[in-house]
Design a protein around this ligand. Structure first.
Ligand code: 2AM
Length: 190
């Protein structure tokens, strides 16, 4: 990347935004976890689940990402957010699923394959779908989620991470529907 291109990069990722009723529950959960673990809770409007983190891209690459998003034939799926976790290395407290729905795995695989095919370098770490609830947290034992949070994913989005004075802000650049089994014979099991 040239110096001029580097100066004009934008930091982006593919993600799922929670539907309003799920957002409500995650918002309350983020409050609860920050009270237990300290740190800075994720703002309500920033609660999301990353599908694939892409990183800094040029305008030309951004255009290619938008084209890739439109090509993906993903199936709608439902997740059970049923566990809380803590990563000591980056001090993130999060919520996630014990089991990843097969449609989510396929969506991730399909996005990754298309991105690789277009020359994007992706994370080598295994994909751990999660919602960051608090940063700079210090968690000991985490509570058990009494009731799983059922999240029906009907679309995915390309999101830009914008640096703000206090905290990064996430802005949806485009979103695409995930089809239901009725629309198309894909992911009937989800
Ligand atoms: P995090 O919440 O666990 O930090 C925007 O930064 C989104 O992309 C967040 O969901 C963040 O996960 C994720 N993200 C940031 N850097 C990443 C990286 N290098 N690899 C994977 N995901 C990343």
């Amino acid at each position: 990347m040239t110096e001029s291109a580097r100066l004009h990069t934008r930091r982006v990722f593919f993600a799922l935004w929670p539907p309003s009723e799920v957002l409500e529950t995650l918002d309350a959960l983020a409050d609860r976890i920050a009270k237990i673990c300290g740190g800075r809770r994720t703002r309500r409007e920033s609660l999301h689940m990353t599908l694939v983190f892409v990183g800094a891209v040029t305008q030309e690459q951004l255009d290619r990402l938008l084209a890739i998003g439109g090509l993906i034939q993903g199936g709608a799926f439902a997740m059970n957010i049923d566990r809380l976790g803590y990563w000591p290395h980056n001090r993130i407290a999060w919520a996630g699923c014990s089991e990843m729905p097969s449609c989510q795995r396929r969506l991730y695989d399909s996005l990754s394959a298309n991105l690789h095919g277009q020359g994007f370098q992706l994370e080598k770490r295994p994909f751990v779908p999660h919602i960051t609830l608090a940063r700079k947290a210090r968690c000991g034992d985490l509570p058990i989620l009494e009731q799983p949070i059922r999240w029906s994913a009907a679309e995915f989005a390309l999101v830009e991470s914008l640096p703000q004075p206090a905290e990064r802000q996430y802005l949806s650049l485009a979103s695409w529907p995930l089809r239901t089994a009725v629309d198309k014979k894909i992911c009937k099991e989800c």
